[in-house]
Design a protein around this ligand. Structure first.
Ligand SMILES: *Cc1c(COP(=O)(O)O)cnc(C)c1O
Length: 400
C-alpha cells in the first residue's frame, strides 16, 4: 500500500510509515491490527474523537436524505447550522466554506471589501505575523515566512505586512491609514504551538479598536475546545471582529469551515461576490450543527482544561525535553537536538503505539482527541520517556 501511494501520488507529505485502517475515539488501528493512540488528531480536526457517535449519527441520517443542493437553493439544514454557529461565536452571522484555507481567503476578501466599502481604502494592507500558518493557497503562501511553504511559488499577492508575533508595538508600527485588518493565530500551531505573551491578544484588540482595523483570529486549529475554551481568544476575554474556523468544525467527517462576524462586516458581501459550490451543503451543515451542539454543552472544553495538567506536568518532568509550550490538550515539545530529531522521536513513538507529528526539526506536537483519558495520556508520556531515555525496560505492551 505504501509503495503504491508513494509511487502514484505527489510527495507533498512525508508520512510516518503506518497504514491506518480503522479508528475509534482516541485510538487508530493499522492494517496489521496494531493499535496506536492518536496524538495528532488530524491536526485538531478530530477534537471529538474518531467516529464520535453523535456526529456519525447525524452524518448517516443526512446521507439518506439529501447531501448537496448548492447555495442556488436553500436546504433545510443550513439555517440551524448558521444560527447555531453564529451564536456559539457571539456574532450576527457566518459565511460557510469547506477548507481552512478557503475560510482564510474569505476573511481576507471580506476585510478588503470592508476596507473598500466602509473605510474608502483602495490599496489595503493586512498585518500578518512571522511564522504564521494560514493554509496553502497562492495568496496565503505569499505572506508565509516558511521557505518551504513560500519559495518558488511566486509571483506573490501584495498587500501584506509581516511583523514579529507577540508584539503589539510591532503591529502598531506596521499600521497606516490603509491597514484594514490584523490577521493572527491566537496560538501559532504549525510554528510549534507558540503561545504569545500574556496580554498580547488584549493589546491587539485594543489597538485594532483604536485604529478602526479588523482583528481577525484564525482559530482553525486553536478553536473549538482544543485549548480548554471554545476559542483560544477566550483566555484573554478577547472577541475578534472575525473568527476563522475549520478543522474540528467538520467533526472529522467532512471539511467544514466558516468565518463568523457581525453584520457590519460580513454584510459587505453581496450576491455574486463570493461563494463555494460545496460551502453550506446539507451534509456539512448536519455535521457542523452537531459539532456546535457538542461545544454548547461545554463538556469538551472542560475535558481539555482538566487534562491540561496531566499532559503538561508529565511533559515537564521528562528528561531530554528542553521546552514545553501550549494550552489545554495542545502541546509543542522541544526535544534536545543532541538526542534525536523530532522525526526520529515520532518514528520511535510510533513503534511504541503513539502517533505524533514533528514540526521544525526538533519539536513534536501532541494534540490527542479531547475524548482521551488521563491514564492514556500518562501511558503516552511513559512511551515518550522510554523513547527519550533510550531505555527499553518498558515494552510497548500494556496499552490501556
Ligand atoms: C490547518 C490550518 C489552516 C488551513 O486549513 P486547511 O483545511 O488545511 O486548508 C489554516 N490556518 C490554521 C491555523 C491551520 O491550522
Amino acid at each position: 500500500m505504501i509503495e503504491l501511494a508513494e509511487s502514484r501520488s505527489a510527495h507533498n507529505y512525508h508520512p510516518l510509515p503506518v497504514v491506518i485502517a480503522s479508528a475509534e475515539g482516541a485510538w487508530v488501528t493499522d492494517v496489521e491490527g496494531r493499535r496506536y493512540l492518536d496524538c495528532l488528531a488530524g491536526y485538531s480536526s478530530l477534537n471529538f474523537g474518531h467516529g464520535n457517535p453523535l456526529i456519525l449519527a447525524a452524518a448517516h441520517a443526512q446521507l439518506d436524505r439529501v447531501t448537496l443542493t448548492s447555495r442556488a437553493f436553500f436546504n433545510d439544514r443550513f439555517g440551524a447550522f448558521a444560527a447555531g454557529l453564529a451564536e456559539l461565536c457571539g456574532k450576527d452571522m457566518i459565511l460557510p466554506m469547506n477548507t481552512g484555507a478557503e475560510a482564510v481567503e474569505t476573511a481576507i476578501k471580506v476585510a478588503r471589501k470592508w476596507g473598500h466599502d466602509v473605510k474608502g481604502v483602495t490599496e489595503p494592507n493586512i498585518v500578518v505575523m512571522e511564522d504564521n500558518f494560514h493554509g496553502r493557497t497562492t495568496t496565503i503562501v505569499s505572506f508565509s515566512t516558511d521557505p518551504d511553504a513560500h519559495d518558488g511559488f511566486g509571483p506573490y499577492t501584495p498587500g501584506f505586512r509581516i511583523v514579529k508575533y507577540g508584539s503589539a508595538d510591532a503591529i502598531a508600527d506596521a499600521m497606516d491609514e490603509n491597514t484594514v485588518a490584523v490577521l493572527l493565530e491566537p496560538i501559532q500551531g504549525e510554528a510549534g504551538v507558540l503561545v504569545p505573551p500574556d496580554g498580547y491578544l488584549r493589546q491587539v484588540r485594543e489597538l485594532c479598536t483604536e485604529r478602526g482595523v479588523l482583528m481577525i483570529a484564525d482559530e482553525i486549529q486553536s478553536g473549538l475546545g482544543r485549548t480548554g475554551d471554545t476559542f483560544a481568544c477566550d483566555h484573554e476575554n478577547v472577541v475578534p471582529d472575525m473568527y476563522v474556523l475549520g478543522k474540528a468544525l467538520g467533526g472529522g467527517v467532512v471539511p467544514v469551515s466558516a468565518v463568523a462576524a457581525n453584520a457590519d462586516v460580513l454584510g459587505v458581501i453581496k450576491p455574486g461576490q463570493h461563494g463555494s459550490t460545496f460551502g453550506g451543503n446539507p451534509l456539512a451543515c448536519a455535521v457542523g450543527e452537531t459539532v456546535v451542539n457538542l461545544l454548547k454543552t461545554g463538556e469538551y472544553q472542560a475535558r481539555a482544561r482538566e487534562l491540561e495538567s496531566v499532559l503538561f506536568e508529565g511533559l515537564r518532568a521528562l528528561p531530554g525535553v528542553t521546552a514545553v509550550r501550549g494550552r489545554g490538550l495542545w502541546a509543542g515539545v522541544d526535544i534536545d537536538p543532541s538526542l534525536a530529531t523530532g522525526r526520529q522521536v515520532c518514528e520511535r513513538l510510533m513503534a511504541r503505539g503513539v502517533l505524533a507529528k514533528d514540526t521544525h526539526g526538533s519539536t513534536i506536537r501532541l494534540a490527542p482527541p479531547l475524548v482521551v483519558e488521563a491514564r492514556e495520556i500518562e501511558w503516552a508520556l511513559a512511551q515518550l520517556e522510554v523513547v527519550l531515555t533510550g531505555s527499553e525496560l518498558r515494552t510497548a505492551e500494556g496499552r490501556p
